[in-house]
Design a protein around this ligand. Sequence first.
Ligand code: NAD
Ligand code: UGA
Length: 467
Amino acid sequence: MVDVKSICCIGAGYVGGPTCAVIAYKCHNIKVTIVDLNQARIDAWNSDKLPIYEPGLEEVVFDRRGKNLFFTTDVDAAIEEADLIFVSVNTPTKKTGMGAGMAADLAYIEGATRRIAEVATRSKIVVEKSTVPCRTAESMRTILEANSTGSIHFDILSNPEFLAEGTAIKDLLNPDRVLIGALQTPEGISAQKSLAAVYQNWVPEDRVITTNLWSSELSKLAANALLAQRISSINALSAICEATGADVDEVAYACGRDSRLGSKFLKASVGFGGSCFQKDILNLVYLSQQLNLPEVADYWQQVVIMNEYQKKRFVRKIISTLFNTITNKRIAVLGFAFKKDTGDTRESAAITLIKDFIDENAHVAIYDPKVEHEQIYMDLAEPGVVDNRKQLEKSISICGDAYEACKGADAVVIVTEWDEFKSDQLDYQRIYDNMHKPAFLFDGRLLLDAAQIREIGFKVHIIGKNE
Ligand code: NAD
Ligand code: UGA
């Protein structure tokens, strides 16, 4: 078993950054170097304004940076020095070629793996941290073995990450479980123990689960698919609630009180977003198709279909309520991030909604407390359109606060569940007073106290409710 003293993490993103910063925070005797090819990202990690917003992250990074935590673009030096290397690069859905729109693009994994093979002059433990299709570790092994020199030995582990954005530091400090998959050979099991020992600096032993490599890889896709499936299930029920007068929060509560079901992840919404749920389910769908299991593929595909339906259903509701036209109307969108407490906008429902509003010739006023304005322009830009920015500026305005966004609006749409949008945090009377009448409010997050808001005079629609 290797006593890990030096760790390199390839990929300084939403996972690599927080995960390895927490390892440095909890293991002062281990030198942790996080590397990336993106100079701007590394510069930001080395500055006062970190490249990602995550509650508690600054405390962790500022505590260890320059002591046993380092951020650099010198990938080769960090690989060379490390006993153990996390590969935490992006694995987006392929845009072109075989499996386009479904399969994971493994080019970044392959690039990082080839770099390790070229640079390493001694044996290493290589850990898949990225979410990858089942059996990716086999491809990594083939690449490493074919390109390494002499008697260097590589052990490959799968150690998928289960943190959720917005609660990443909390999740990392106190995980439900840490999963480590390895080949069930003496070397594989020994490497598994080496990584387990790192985590056991702060994670209780019974929360460190060890499995074979393929179970570990598949468990990550399975966990995300099951979580997303719950959201699509409650969202499907929200449509029934709106049609029948049942209340989706009451239904979720009543079902969640069954200890076999549990209460978490049953919050109806305008649709799940984030960089991973859709990507990982599509990955599972593709895997099922490749394994000639079309019924299994269709089963999981339906989770994504339901999510798209939920977004479109919400847009249709808004348009029909506003007398079947939103042309030239001002729609205030509160929230652009895919969930609260993050500045991440990847696959955010807000993007789909706003693009639909723009297509209907509405003017969209957007406010989000954490998302950078540039990011909003980038997310809403249509590929191939010249002068995208100028076009967009005619259709949207990005506002400094909720009051500015809602001023003169015909409708307010809550898309992200930021605490500051709650009924007792925003002055909804002030918002109402400055809106066109009738003043409509659409709550896609079940955030508001509807009775209180209605009393002000708003015409309110809340997802999953028909009051
Ligand atoms: P990200 O895009 O934020 O970060 C990936 C980083 O890797 C980028 O900064 C990129 O420049 C860098 N990179 C790519 N190739 C490189 C190379 N060869 N050498 C050095 N750097 C390289 O992605 P992320 O959100 O951190 O996700 C990473 C992986 O973790 C994905 O597989 C994702 O599915 C998985 N995951 C993400 C989350 C999440 O909450 N975001 C949670 C669990 C798992
Ligand atoms: C999710 C998983 O929760 C993590 O365990 C996993 O590691 C991660 O994906 C990943 O692999 O990337 P994340 O996407 O960061 O984490 O955030 P979630 O809290 O899962 O929320 C995802 C989306 O579902 C958000 O848009 C959220 O608003 C929505 N959601 C969540 C609901 O609509 N209802 C709910 O009850 C819960």
